[in-house]
Structure formats: structure tokens, C-alpha cells
Design a protein around this ligand. Structure first.
Ligand code: ZN
Ligand code: ZN
Length: 144
């Protein structure tokens, strides 16, 4: 069994070839990947049946999100982006609570290591979505 297959199984996801590929693709990236880039890699450029592939692709993304393997980030660009969640960190909300940084120059979005306190929410409140994005210029763009 490969390392990727083990990670998928740990999250309760049955490993398939496409799932392993999507996970590795996201894991390799230093920044969050937009839905259109993912589609380019897994739907448009695939040699097999595109319609069947698109359906499987969207289902896989949904499973990944539901199982907490990846998370979606809305950075204000209007395009959903995805990043792999930290497998060791889980809050009582069942999700990995952290901030993001969006560079307004190169339009890259990254996960920041800073964790959000679980105490931010008053007792008896229920969390359903997290969208924390700091905006500015990244290190590379500042050096230009
Ligand atoms: Zn930048
Ligand atoms: Zn993130």
C-alpha cells in the first residue's frame, strides 16, 4: 500500500487511482489550487471519457471535503480554491481551524500555520463554515 492510500484510508476514503492522483496533486502545491486548475488537470486533459470523468471528479472532491481531507477557501477572487487539511489537527468542530493569506498581486492563497482558538465561539453556538482570509502582498511580490 502506498503512503497516499494509507492517508485516504485513515480518513475513511476508499483509495482509487483518481483519488490518489487528486490528493497528490493538491499535496505537492505550496498554495491552494483553484477549481479551474484542478479541472484542467483532471477533466479537460484526461484522455478518457470526459463526462464520466467530470462526474467522478466532482464526487471525489465532495468526499474529500466531507471527510476532512481537504478544505475549500473562498479568498474573494470568486473562484473556489482547495488545500489539503492538516491531518494531525482537528478542533472540536471537526475541522482544522486556521487562517489563510491571499496575495493581491500574484493572487496566490496559502494556508497559514496559525490556529484559531476554539474558544472564539460562545457556548451553544454551532459552526458550519469557516472563511478566514488575510489579504496583502506575499514575500515574493514584496521583493519585486
Ligand atoms: Zn504574491
Ligand atoms: Zn487552509
Amino acid at each position: 500500500m502506498t503512503k497516499t492510500e494509507k492517508i485516504l484510508l485513515k480518513r475513511g476514503i476508499r483509495p482509487t487511482q483518481m483519488r490518489s492522483k487528486i490528493y497528490k496533486f493538491l499535496k505537492r502545491k505550496q498554495s491552494a489550487v483553484s477549481l479551474s486548475d484542478l479541472k484542467k488537470a483532471f477533466v479537460q486533459n484526461s484522455e478518457t471519457n470526459k463526462t464520466a470523468n467530470r462526474t467522478t471528479f466532482y464526487r471525489n472532491l465532495k468526499i474529500f471535503e466531507d471527510k476532512g481531507l481537504i478544505h475549500q477557501i473562498n479568498d474573494g477572487t470568486g473562484m473556489a480554491k482547495f488545500a489539503v487539511s492538516d491531518e494531525n489537527l482537528k478542533s472540536k468542530y471537526g475541522t482544522d481551524l486556521h487562517m489563510h493569506f491571499h496575495c493581491t498581486d500574484c493572487r496566490k492563497t496559502i494556508c497559514l500555520p496559525n490556529r484559531i482558538s476554539e474558544e472564539s465561539l460562545p457556548d451553544d453556538y454551532e459552526l458550519s463554515d469557516v472563511n478566514l482570509v488575510l489579504k496583502g502582498r506575499c514575500e515574493k511580490c514584496r521583493q519585486k
